[in-house]
Each structure stands twice: as structure tokens, then as C-alpha cells.
Ligand binder design. Structure first.
Ligand SMILES: Cc1cc2nc3c(=O)[nH]c(=O)nc-3n(C[C@H](O)[C@H](O)[C@H](O)COP(=O)(O)OP(=O)(O)OC[C@H]3O[C@@H](n4cnc5c(N)ncnc54)[C@H](O)[C@@H]3O)c2cc1C
Length: 395
């Protein structure tokens, strides 16, 4: 079989589409193979960190995304015991990013923007309703077998990017293990149009609230607030998804307010896992296919977009014949180590900080807030800029 020159990308989520846009921009033809009949509209990630916005600006989509979202220049840590514990302002790192704020905007807005920008480009192609089932490769290229209503179909390409999400079929077909663990509790997101600014003094659009009984966080997106809570192992899915349960958790947020209009609820399992390798020959893993973590700190999708940018910068050079395939080992090394050292560690720590709101965490925040250098370093860490610097240092 003659190998097509294209790069195949499994999955049209934020990571697959970012990878496609970055490759097409460098003159590399791509075909996205997507299991769904259309782009997902699911309500999932809603936080874009400053360096991610810088990257998306380079792809020409940041401005339109910002227009559809809500700028959050501040974030806070609160506690049911101590009240406001820390207030941080991204303008303290305005010298190292063109976007000194978090953008609160649903990920489906990004995928639509990227898709619309790519549509019609002669280097871009997409096939829907075609889940990848098998992957084979040789020295020249990759062959992917997809399930299609007309029967199995084969597509070939020089390289394959598996950006097909947490349950990645590409990862499974490659035999790559997904090491880590699953938390016993699930997370429940309750969305409401209720405006918490009216009832919580000095509240900002991103606020983490520690509590030894049940932490929560409040995150504003255009038209809604999303409130997230842990759901403990002895609370059944059926109960957790009931209106009464959501109302009972929401009643803890502001004393005296007990009935909310609930727009929707999402219950999901939370894992901390990293693939044993992000590269298997001509197949590469990025985004949730390569790593998953709890959502505290909003690093899942952002880390995936950082993978896509790191990978495609190298892959384009290899595809054009300007660098050898070993350049891609640097992607594996940099992004896998940073994911382990930083994203996994930080997201686990973020969860612990909310569960055990001891005076140490309060004091730590006070010390950070009182020292300009410590504040800057803290902001560089939470905004993921330090993780990108660390990846560069790994060479
Ligand atoms: C409730 C919730 C809230 C979250 N909040 C945040 C947040 O605030 N910040 C953050 O950074 N992250 C957050 N995340 C995580 C974030 O949603 C993911 O990290 C992000 O979607 C990963 O993007 P992706 O493109 O790698 O995978 P996905 O978005 O999962 O996209 C994968 C795509 O691949 C397709 N696919 C699947 N199998 C196949 C196959 N076999 N063949 C072809 N295509 C296939 C799917 O249909 C899908 O379109 C949240 C997740 C959840 C569930």
C-alpha cells in the first residue's frame, strides 16, 4: 500500500484540532479522524491559562475566543473556617504573557473556532463517525483501521497523533500502559445562572473554597456559575444526580440561600494517570490520551494544548525533512516529565489544600501574598508558565 504523506490525527477535541491548526500553518497536510458525528458540545473544561492564550493567539483564534468568554484577572482561596485566605492578580506577571488573565470559556467554543478556521484549507481534511480501532506501522508510515458504517476502512499517513481522549483507542492499540490511580470520590459540577457576586462580598470569578467536610469551587463563565463538589464513595450516582442532592450541596455555599435554579449537573470520575510513553515509533500521544488529572487548577486541557504545540513544532520539522525522527523523543521527554513533575503533582496538591484547610495553608498563602517575588513565582506556577520553562530546560 502506498503511504499517504499526511499526518493522521485521531480525535477532534481541543488537542487534536490545535495540533491540526499548528501543522497546517506549517504547510503539513493533516486528516483528523473523529469518532463522533460532529464536534462535541459537552460542558467540560472552561479555563484557559495565560500561556495557552498566547499559543492560541499564534494560531489566530485567541481574540475570537476572548470575545466569547469572560476575562478573570484575579483568583481567590477561601475557607469555610477562615474566610478569604488569598487574593491573586495576574497583572503581577504581565511582563511575561500577552494575556495576564485566565479566560473562562467553554472548550467547545475553541473547537468550533479552530474547526471553522481550518475548514476549506486544502491541507485540512476531517472524517467524522469513524472511530479508530487498530494501528499498524512500519518504517515509512502508519496504517489506521477505522470503524465505518460501510465496514472497516484503512487510512495511511506518515505519522499518527493519538488525541482521542482519556479512553484513547490509539493508546490501547499501541499497548501503552496508563499508569496512576482513580480517586474514590467523584466530582459533581452544578451550573446555575444565580449570580454569586450579589451575595458574596468581594468575590471574583474564580474562587476555591477549602472545607474539611466538603470543599467546593466557584467558577464563572458567561451567563452561568459552575460550582464543583466532591461526591464521596458511599453516595450513589443515582443520589448524586438527583435535584435534592445538588440543592443540598448548593445550600452550603451561601448560608441562608437554599433553592437555586440549576441549569445542569455533571458527575464524573477523576483519575491521575500518565502514559508510560508519549511516543511509539510513528505514533504519538497528546492531551487526555497521554495524561489525565483532577480539574483543580484547570490544567488538563491546557496541558494537552501545550503538548500539541510542543509536538507539532517538532513534527513539522521532521515532516519537511529538516530534522530526524529522533527530534520527537524530545517531545516525549519534555512533556512526559513536565506532566509528572508538575501537572500531576500540582493538581494532587491543589486537592489536598482544599480538603485539609489547616492553618499551614492559610499561613503559606499569607506569606506568598506578602512577598512580591513569592507572589510572582506562585502565579508563574499556577498559570503553567513555570512548567513550560521547565520543559525547555530539559532540552
Ligand atoms: C467536567 C470536566 C471539567 C473539566 N474542566 C477542566 C478545566 O477547567 N480546565 C482544563 O484544562 N481541563 C478541564 N477538564 C479536562 C478537559 O476537558 C480535557 O483535558 C480535554 O477535553 C482534553 O482534550 P483532548 O482533545 O485531549 O480530549 P477530548 O476533549 O476528550 O477529545 C477527544 C476526541 O476524540 C474523539 N475520540 C474518542 N475515541 C476516538 C477514536 N477511537 N477514534 C477517533 N476519535 C475518537 C472524541 O469523540 C473526542 O472528540 C475537564 C474535564 C471534565 C470532564
Amino acid at each position: 500500500m502506498t503511504i499517504d504523506e499526511r499526518v493522521l490525527i485521531a480525535g477532534a477535541g481541543p488537542v487534536g484540532l490545535t495540533a491540526a491548526a499548528a501543522l497546517v500553518r506549517r504547510g503539513v497536510p493533516v486528516t483528523i479522524i473523529e469518532a463522533g458525528a460532529d464536534l462535541s458540545r459537552e460542558s467540560r473544561a472552561s479555563t484557559f491559562h495565560p500561556p495557552t492564550l498566547d499559543m492560541l493567539e499564534d494560531l489566530g483564534v485567541a481574540q475570537s475566543l476572548i470575545e466569547q468568554g469572560l476575562k478573570a484577572p484575579y483568583f481567590q482561596y477561601r475557607s469555610t473556617r477562615y474566610g478569604l485566605m488569598g487574593h491573586f492578580d495576574f497583572s503581577d506577571i504581565a511582563d511575561v504573557t500577552r494575556h495576564p488573565f485566565r479566560l473562562q470559556c467553554e472548550q467547545s467554543k475553541l473547537t468550533r473556532l479552530l474547526f471553522d478556521r481550518l475548514a476549506g484549507n486544502p491541507h485540512f481534511d476531517i472524517v467524522f463517525s469513524s472511530p479508530v480501532r487498530e494501528v499498524a506501522q512500519n518504517a515509512d508510515g502508519v496504517t489506521v483501521t477505522v470503524e465505518h458504517e460501510s465496514g472497516p476502512r484503512r487510512l495511511t499517513g506518515r505519522w499518527l497523533i493519538g488525541a482521542d481522549g482519556a479512553r484513547s483507542d490509539v493508546r490501547r492499540a499501541l499497548g501503552t500502559t496508563f499508569e496512576g490511580f482513580t480517586w474514590p470520590e467523584r466530582f459533581l459540577v452544578v451550573s446555575t445562572p444565580f449570580d454569586f457576586h450579589q451575595v458574596i462580598p468581594d468575590l471574583v470569578s474564580v474562587s476555591y473554597v477549602a472545607s474539611p467536610e466538603r470543599w467546593h469551587f466557584l467558577l464563572q463563565i458567561p451567563g452561568l456559575w459552575r460550582v464543583m463538589f466532591p461526591v464521596f464513595a458511599d453516595e450513589s450516582d443515582e443520589r448524586a444526580l438527583s435535584e435534592d442532592f445538588a440543592q443540598s450541596l448548593m445550600a452550603r455555599v451561601v448560608p441562608g440561600i437554599s433553592r437555586y435554579t440549576i441549569a445542569h449537573t455533571t458527575l464524573y470520575r477523576v483519575h491521575q494517570r500518565v502514559a508510560a510513553s508519549f511516543r511509539s515509533g510513528r505514533a504519538l500521544l497528546a492531551g487526555d490520551a497521554a495524561h489525565i488529572n483532577n480539574p483543580l487548577g484547570g490544567m488538563g486541557m491546557n496541558g494537552g494544548i501545550h503538548d500539541a504545540i510542543n509536538l507539532t513544532e517538532r513534527l513539522a520539522e521532521v515532516w519537511h525533512g529538516r530534522k530526524s525522527g529522533s527530534e520527537l523523543d524530545r517531545f516525549d521527554k519534555q512533556r512526559r516529565l513536565v506532566t509528572k513533575e508538575y501537572v500531576e503533582k500540582q493538581s494532587i496538591q491543589n486537592k489536598k489544600n482544599l480538603e485539609t484547610p489547616d492553618p499551614d495553608f492559610r499561613d503559606q498563602l499569607a506569606q506568598i501574598g506578602a512577598d512580591r517575588e513569592k507572589t510572582r513565582n506562585f502565579l508563574l506556577t499556577v498559570s503553567m508558565i513555570n512548567s513550560l520553562k521547565r520543559a525547555e530546560q530539559l532540552g
